[in-house]
Write a protein that binds this ligand. Structure first.
Ligand code: GLA
Length: 382
């Protein structure tokens, strides 16, 4: 059933106050596990998206039917309590907006999404940013994408209780069609780098492997980075995050770190440099070098940061052997979720047909592939 019929079925016919919000998922091309170290990331919005069809209410209730879960949930803006469901993302955003003194009104409507959940494509950020746009639209208080993203990240950190960085919400809020977003996660300065792919495409592949470890291991990696920073600050008092550590610093002072922490820091320092090198290659039209940087990123995440998995390694290794592939790596937090592959457009159809067959043979799991273009971030669509 389409969005409008679902809306009519649950909330009556749409009227002139009804509006639609579209919030895409994102894929990060390079710059992994560096956002919480003040580094640089390079995501793009993808065509998979969460769509909200909404109508304002006269009272302070928010009532939503989630088509993916086939359920209606609601809350009062005067009584925001965690429910441990998808609604928490919307509630958390409402609470943070209220905390930032944005007046809020109730609304009702339908949410439908083709961003797969728990796959590392930021379905939760899409829900948060979409909700934030809905609330601010109703108040006629549009916010800059970076302000929206900060509110949404706070909602995720403080209300939902997931300790994520700023990348996902910024990508969903600020990306532009035919561009990748070079984001400085320290200053939140952004550069929209043209990414109009004529002869190349980006293929996202869902490994369909469980991400059970993701939460605890993510927090452990963050703690190891903090430990590395603290130890390095003894010799390098000017550094305020791992972003400030140069490869030469690490060469000189790496021996003061425990072996595991040294590995983690080495990933972060090299990944930040690699991301800037990849952007330089992209601007020069050197897609081969860009692809190589993606491969190098995966190897660093595999061996130094240790956040890949058997399935993600298999996908990256296999993809690199296929005709037309320039680079392939895991994307997002890791331990499951997706890979991202840059390849020649002419070979993409064969690639997405063959990969799931080979992957099923190798792992017993059913991969899904999407050929993606760089899309617009979240916006009011009507
Ligand atoms: C998750 C987090 C992001 C970022 C990535 C790793 O997607 O939500 O903030 O840390 O992992 O790059």
């Amino acid at each position: 059933m389409n969005l409008e019929s679902l809306f009519s079925q649950h909330f009556g016919a749409p009227d002139e106050s009804t509006f639609t919000v579209r919030a895409p998922g994102r894929v990060n091309l390079i710059g992994e596990h560096v956002d919480y170290n003040d580094g640089f990331v390079l995501p793009m919005a993808i065509s998979l998206q969460t769509v909200f069809m909404l109508r304002p209410r006269a009272d302070r209730m928010v009532r939503l039917y989630a088509a993916n879960f086939e359920e209606t949930r609601e809350f009062s803006l005067d009584n925001i309590q965690k429910q441990n469901t998808w609604l928490d993302y919307v509630q958390g955003v409402a609470r943070e907006l209220a905390g930032a003194s944005v007046p809020l009104h109730g609304f009702e409507g339908v949410i439908i999404s083709d961003v797969p959940t728990a796959s590392g494509l930021s379905s939760s950020a899409a829900l948060e940013v979409g909700a934030a746009i809905a609330f601010t639209h109703l108040e006629q208080q549009p916010m800059a994408p970076s302000d929206l993203a900060v509110i949404c990240q706070r909602a995720e950190n403080k209300f939902v209780g997931v300790n994520s960085g700023i990348m996902d919400q910024m990508a969903v809020a600020a990306c532009r069609r035919d561009h990748v977003l070079l984001l400085d996660c320290r200053s939140l300065d952004m550069e929209h780098v043209p990414f109009r792919l004529a002869d190349h495409v980006v293929v996202v592949t869902d490994s369909a492997a469980p991400r059970e470890l993701a939460g605890s291991a993510y927090n452990e990696r963050r703690a190891q980075c903090e430990e590395g920073l603290k130890v390095l600050q003894r010799a390098l008092p000017h550094i305020s995050s791992l972003r400030d550590v140069t490869p030469a610093d690490l060469q000189a002072h790496g021996s003061t770190l425990s072996p595991i922490v040294l590995q983690r820091v080495r990933h972060v320092v090299s990944e930040i440099a690699r991301t800037l090198e990849a952007v330089a290659a992209l601007k020069a039209g050197d897609m081969a070098t860009f692809g190589q940087k993606m491969n190098d990123s995966h190897e660093s995440l595999r061996h130094d940061y240790e956040v890949t998995s058997h399935e993600l390694d298999w996908l990256a290794d296999y993809s690199r052997t296929q005709p037309g592939v320039l680079g392939s790596r895991m994307t997002g937090a890791g331990f499951g979720g997706c890979t991202v592959t840059l390849m020649e457009r002419a070979h993409a159809e064969a690639f997405v047909q063959n990969l799931p067959i080979k992957y099923l043979e190798a792992t017993g799991r059913q991969a899904r592939c999407w050929i993606c273009e760089a899309e617009d971030g979240a916006h009011i669509a009507s």
